[in-house]
Design a protein around this ligand. Structure first.
Ligand code: UDX
Length: 457
């Protein structure tokens, strides 16, 4: 840490893994620049305070029942959390500000601002009423963040209902680089609850003091200038924040490190890493199709299968014939949770079969690992199109979870012709993004602006 600057920042991550990681990474960055850090968090999915002894952690009640904490429905979860956390959060923040005001000791600190996730829709009025500047961190890329506010209108127009078969692959003009078939998937899944939620995110973000993206100009240039125009607030693209402090310390799951010595035994760029993040679930049939696709490709693979990620009873894995599992283990390794950032860095990794959560996508780009895209929902569909259609650093499964498709995609990715071109483009993209993090690079400058901005309050 630089010498303390006498300022404290309060962070409030949304309680899911994909949102906790970037917020904790931001906390580490700000701490290294002299800020003291307080993290307010829910009891549900609480980050491990012991991993960050230099931060202060304050837990608030989230009102979730045991059953609710097990829901796979993220919309429901966010609705419940937003409903029940408002009052405990207000109480906690008010107390923090009061004690900072009444502190007269030598170590008196000023609370500079609140940084919380765009998905918390009650925090802006609270911060405003307490005269505390609020900055918003979003875990979407710039393009999806800006464009997803148009979804309620597209739903009202019912345009997605009239997509002809011949138009499936056409670009959605109001939402590039989504294709019309992607739009149908996004709108099919979402309910009106999400439309009003998005409207609240838009309103509370516009009223905030600034917006932070874990992205960079090199990845999101086109949408960035439009977003600046739309929002009229300072916007910071601090780049892939995990690169500043490699190694995730904010895992909510128990990390199985045994995959690292296993990777050491594999040949360079031979292993397909498979992970669908912290939320996505698949059915038993899909599990078997992926398993066969991996096995038939004859490539070694490392597969993250979270305990709750297959939609069946928890003992389902016990029911898979032992012979089949043994056959999988001839070529592969299955773990419940991996040290993903370390895995992607490993010389043995040749490709990443991913759901394209934004964190996973950016982590893969930073390590120059080409991707096989299997997006499940929401922003993942847009991120996947960036990978396959815009940056052209991966192949897209087009939603087909079938053994032949998976085997074929692995072969294409590792092939000498198509695969070589993909690997070359990925190498260039990795270098471009890497440069943005270096002094004078776009992310480096944007981060400095953020630090100056927060210090000016
Ligand atoms: C969610 C949304 O699904 C995603 O679309 C959005 O962009 C962010 O929030 P999630 O589905 O969990 O996140 O995916 P992702 O964004 O990729 O985040 C997963 C994080 O968990 C990554 O930082 C990844 O490194 C980490 N991870 C994943 C591990 O550390 N180990 C694993 O085994 C799997």
């Amino acid at each position: 840490m630089d010498k303390s600057n006498g300022l404290r920042v309060i962070l409030f991550p949304l309680s899911i893994q994909g949102c906790i990681n970037p917020m904790i990474q931001l906390a580490k960055i700000l701490h290294s620049r002299g800020f003291s850090i307080t993290v307010i968090h829910t009891r549900f999915n609480a980050p491990k305070a012991s991993n960050h002894p230099l931060f202060t952690f304050l837990q608030i009640q989230d009102g979730l029942s045991e059953t609710e904490t097990r829901t796979q429905d993220v919309t429901l979860l966010l609705t419940l959390l937003n409903r029940s956390c408002e009052s405990p959060f207000r109480h906690c923040l008010t107390k923090l500000l009061q004690s900072a005001d009444s502190d007269t000791g030598e170590k008196k600190e000023k609370i500079s601002c609140l940084i919380d996730d765009s998905g918390w829709i009650f925090t802006q009025p609270i911060a405003q009423s307490l005269n505390l500047p609020r900055l918003v961190l979003t875990t979407y890329n710039v393009s999806f963040f800006r464009n997803h506010f148009v979804l309620p209108q597209l739903r009202r127009d019912e345009m997605y209902l009239h997509i002809q078969d011949s138009e499936q692959d056409d670009l959605v003009q109001d939402f590039p680089p989504l294709r019309k078939k992607d739009l149908r998937r996004i709108l099919d899944q979402e309910t009106e609850v999400l439309d009003s939620y998005s409207a609240m995110i838009l309103e509370t973000t516009k009223a905030s003091s600034g917006l932070i993206f874990v992205s960079c100009e090199e990845l999101d240039q086109d949408s960035l200038s439009q977003t600046r125009e739309d929002f009229q607030i300072p916007i910071f693209t601090i780049g892939p924040s995990h690169s500043y402090f490699p190694g995730s310390s904010s895992s909510l799951f128990t990390v199985d490190d045994t995959c690292m010595p296993w990777l050491d035994k594999q040949e360079d760029k031979s292993v397909i890493y498979v992970s669908f993040g912290s939320i996505a679930t698949i059915g038993e049939t899909e599990f078997m199709e992926i398993a066969w696709g991996l096995r038939n490709s004859n490539q070694p693979f490392l597969w993250v299968v979270r305990l709750s990620s297959v939609e069946q009873d928890t003992e389902w894995i016990e029911k898979i014939p032992k012979k089949f599992i043994e056959m999988l283990h001839e070529k592969g390794k299955i773990v419940n949770w991996s040290p993903q950032q370390q895995v992607l860095k490993h010389r043995a990794i040749g490709g990443f079969l991913t759901h394209n959560g934004w964190n996973s996508t950016v982590e893969s780009v930073c390590e120059g690992v080409p991707m096989i895209c299997l997006p499940f929902q929401w922003d993942q569909l847009s991120n996947a199109r960036f990978v396959s259609d815009v940056w052209m650093v991966g192949v897209h499964l087009e939603g087909l979870i079938e053994r032949d498709e998976i085997e074929g995609a692995i072969r294409r990715l590792l092939s000498e012709t198509e695969g070589e071109a993909i690997r070359e483009r990925m190498k260039l993209l990795k270098e471009k993004v890497g440069r943005s993090l270096k002094p004078k690079g776009s992310s480096h400058r944007s981060l400095q602006h953020l630090v100056d901005f927060i210090s000016s309050f």
